[in-house]
Design a protein around this ligand. Structure first.
Ligand SMILES: Nc1ncnc2c1ncn2[C@@H]1O[C@H](COP(=O)(O)OP(=O)(O)OP(=O)(O)O)[C@@H](O)[C@H]1O
Ligand SMILES: [Mg+2]
Length: 760
């Protein structure tokens, strides 16, 4: 039995082959026994270690370097005469077990460790170390190096003398560890995206901090800067208090905190609102009218209504009358594209000395777009109104709510509800954006809304609107607009001087008639742009004597063959086709209703993207014609065993409304009587089963379209006669209007005499 000095290791296990340096005194002994202990309980197994070096420490103590040799089973311990604790032991070096089972285990163990090393990202050194170990027991003992195992686990390894058992134990431990690492890696991979972003932000922030320091802007000075800005912003008291509260939070928090960035963004937005800024407002109606006249041709009625509106506002404010629910109607400009709604809004701003901002509501379906997201929401931002005020830089701009007919509502909330609040003078002095969460006074903003059509504007909103209609321009008006505004603007845009190009009204008229088909002037402006661009090219590339006269030939050269055809004559040459007048979201238009019949069960087939109301009109039309066949001088049995097909071609524009009623009757009657419809006639009117003609809407737009399509006669319902006053007189003078009450009047007017049909 051998006896060696005990060196206790507190909650530490040393394995054979390991080298450690311990601050203990080994006397003059060459070998010692390292025995792990926990709270005075010693392990039954120790490690015989060789003292390789003795050191004197800087203080008083000594230290020794030791290398583990082999295991030992411990016997009884007692203090020797020299007072040193020594223990009896039996050496238990590892034996080398034979057999394939062991080799299998070894292979398995190495494989598991390799995987762990791969996950861990070993630089190859541990791998090499593992390969250098050939002894089974030593291989199992390598688990003892792992920082992932606790004292108990290592102790268990130490106390297992049998190398195969020990290797099995080590394998089990390593397997558990591998599984854990794999799970951890998966989680890590999942969050890595986010973590990397955070890390990036952190580093950027550190850099920013460094730059700030370099510039002498310490964190303190950032806070001070905000404080200065807040004081200077002229915020209302509650807003200022809110800003200061946030600033205090920022100060306490310090810059490295992720939330501080959010607070700064918030403060930036608060400061972006032009709290104390107001443009000097001009409320002079005479001046306003002059500005409107300078910017826009025609639109007399529109300008008068706008001027009146401004005059009323002026009076009310001079007399200190506060805005009430009734007084605060919203000016709303409704009309087809390119008729100058947006641009007259800009003129109003100019006329009243206010800033102008446009806020497009097309496709907005989310209340938060208007009102902002609450700050708790990641990536929250203020709503459009706050942004509009920021862009305007003043609290009393003209804000144009463009395309109010195109807002939608869904589960995200109803934007029109938020808009109502914004537009209500009883509420809008205390508008609350969700993000800013302070009260904003919008009562000095002049809101103007625009829309292409009235029917899709949310009802509650429409109730509060004062509608001004833009119905589109006559050819003469377009010529004037082109001459006074579009032409000079396009001349300049194409780098030309006004005196370099000359044109005439006749040429402008040619462009309008042959190359555009629209209620407004947008396409016209584009065509003029093209024309002038080609001219500019000519001037730039050759020595041209100016002024260059732009004539019909030049137009043809630059714009190609006419794009618009007046097809009424061609289309209505055969029986069964009638020319109707309609209003769509792009303005008035002519449309052709075609009827045909074919063998069948006797019914009605409808095509051409017709809405429900229009389908109903078609049914009414067919029933009417069938039941009045003999009065209409047609063969009552012409439709026996046949079905009627009604088609409304022209584009993919969905068509609806009852106003095509008489056109459908006419088309079907024309088909059955084999009398074609007069090619110069357009018509509009709803029809009842009794054959009465009911009034329709949008008469002016329809008449303008008929005029532009070269129709000379228009059939209109009696009750629409007063609307003819809205039609500009130059158009009225060129056209004949037929006022009707019943369908037989329509047919008498519209169908060619029967004899003619025979001849044809
Ligand atoms: N009466 C007019 N006098 C001078 N220019 C006009 C007139 N009407 C329209 N314009 C010009 O036509 C162009 C198109 O007008 P604008 O953009 O205002 O149309 P809009 O009615 O707002 O159309 P949308 O419904 O498509 O928004 C502008 O450049 C505008 O200046
Ligand atoms: Mg517009």
């Amino acid at each position: 039995m051998n006896r060696l000095r005990i060196i206790p290791l507190d909650e530490t296990v040393v394995f054979p082959g390991m080298s450690v340096t311990l601050p203990v005194d080994a006397g003059s002994d060459d070998r010692v026994l390292l025995v792990p202990r926990r709270q005075h309980t010693y392990s039954k197994v120790g490690i015989v270690a060789e003292v390789s070096e003795r050191m004197r420490l800087a203080g008083r103590g000594v230290a020794v370097s030791l290398t583990g040799l082999h295991r030992a089973a411990l016997g009884s311990a007692s203090a020797d005469q020299d007072g040193v604790l020594r223990v009896d032991y039996e050496a238990r070096p590892d034996n080398t077990p034979p057999g394939t089972v062991t080799r299998e285990l070894e292979r398995e163990y190495r494989a598991v460790v390799d995987e762990i090393l791969e996950l861990r990202g070993d630089d190859g050194r541990i791998g090499a170390f593992m390969r250098s170990i050939t002894n089974t027991g030593a291989l199992a003992d390598t688990a003892g190096y792992s920082p992932d195992f606790n004292f108990e686990q290592k102790l268990q390894l130490l106390e297992t003398f049998d190398v195969v058992e020990r290797l099995k134990l080590a394998l089990q431990l390593q397997r558990d560890r591998l599984a854990e690492l794999q799970v951890r890696k998966r989680i890590h991979d999942d969050v890595e995206g986010g973590a990397q972003k955070q890390q990036r932000e952190y580093f950027l922030r550190r850099q920013l901090e460094a730059i700030r320091k370099e510039l002498g802007e310490t964190e303190e000075s950032v806070v001070e800067e905000y404080r200065g800005k807040i004081t200077g912003a002229g915020m209302p008291d509650p807003v200022r208090q809110q800003a200061e509260r946030e600033l205090d939070r920022l100060e306490r928090m310090g810059d490295a905190n992720a939330e501080s960035a959010m607070i700064r963004t918030y403060l930036d937005w608060l400061l972006a609102v032009p709290w104390a800024k107001r443009s000097e407002e001009r409320m002079d109606p005479v001046h306003a009218r002059a500005v409107l006249d300078a910017d826009h041709e025609g639109l007399d009625d529109v300008k008068r209504r706008i001027t009146e509106y401004l005059a009323v506002r002026k009076l009310r404010s001079e007399r200190g009358m506060s805005e009430t629910r009734r007084s605060g109607v919203i000016l709303t400009l409704i009309g087809p594209p390119g008729t100058g709604k947006t641009s007259i809004g800009e003129s109003i701003a100019r006329a009243t000395g206010r800033q102008f901002v446009r806020m497009s509501l097309g496709g907005v379906r989310d209340e938060a777009e208007i009102r902002g997201h609450r700050r708790t929401y990641i990536g929250a931002l203020p709503g459009r109104l706050v942004r509009a005020l920021r862009d305007a830089g003043s609290m009393n701009p003209v804000i144009m709510l463009d395309e109010v007919d195109k807002i939608g509502a869904d589960w995200r909330g109803d934007p029109s509800a938020a808009l109502l609040e914004v537009l209500d003078p009883a509420q809008n002095h205390a508008f609350r954006d969700h993000y800013l969460d302070v009260e904003l006074d919008l009562s000095h903003v002049l809101f103007i809304a625009t829309a292409n059509v009235a029917d899709t504007i949310p009802g509650a909103l429409f109730d509060r609107m004062e509608v001004i209609r833009f119905d589109g321009y006559t050819t003469d008006e377009k010529v004037a607009i082109a001459r006074e505004h579009l032409w000079p603007r396009q001349v300049e845009r194409n780098g030309l001087r006004v005196e370099e190009v000359a044109t005439t009204d006749g040429v402008l008229r040619q462009v309008i008639a042959d190359y555009t088909r629209e209620a407004g002037v947008r396409q016209l402006e584009r065509e003029l742009g093209t024309l002038l661009r080609k001219t500019a090219t000519r001037i730039a590339s050759a020595d041209q004597t100016t002024p260059i006269a732009i004539d019909a030939v030049a137009v043809r050269d630059a714009l190609g063959r006419p794009k618009v055809f007046h097809e009424a004559a061609v289309r209505t040459a055969v029986p069964g086709v009638a020319t109707g007048l309609a209003v769509t979201s792009v303005g008035g238009d002519v449309l052709f209703v075609e009827a045909a019949s074919m063998p069948g069960k006797g019914g009605l087939v409808l095509t051409g993207q017709l809405g429900d109301v229009m389908k109903e009109s078609a049914r009414i039309a067919l029933t009417y014609v069938k039941s009045h066949a003999s009065e209409l001088g047609m063969d009552e049995h012409a439709l026996d065993g046949r079905e009627v097909h009604v088609h409304v071609p022209a584009g993919a524009i969905p068509k609806d409304g009852p106003s095509a009623g008489i056109t459908m009757v006419t088309a079907i009657a024309s088909l059955l009587s084999r009398r074609p419809v007069k090619s110069t006639i357009g018509m509009t009117g709803e029809v009842t089963l009794q054959g009465r003609v009911l009034p329709i809407g949008g008469l002016k737009q329809k008449v303008l379209a008929a005029h532009a399509a070269n129709l000379t006669d228009v059939i209109i319902p009696e009750r629409n006669e007063p609307d003819l006053e809205d039609v500009p007189s130059d158009v009225r003078d060129h056209m004949t209007f037929h006022i009707v009450q019943s369908v037989d009047q329509v047919l008498a007017l519209a169908l060619e005499p029967a004899v003619l049909a025979m001849a044809a």
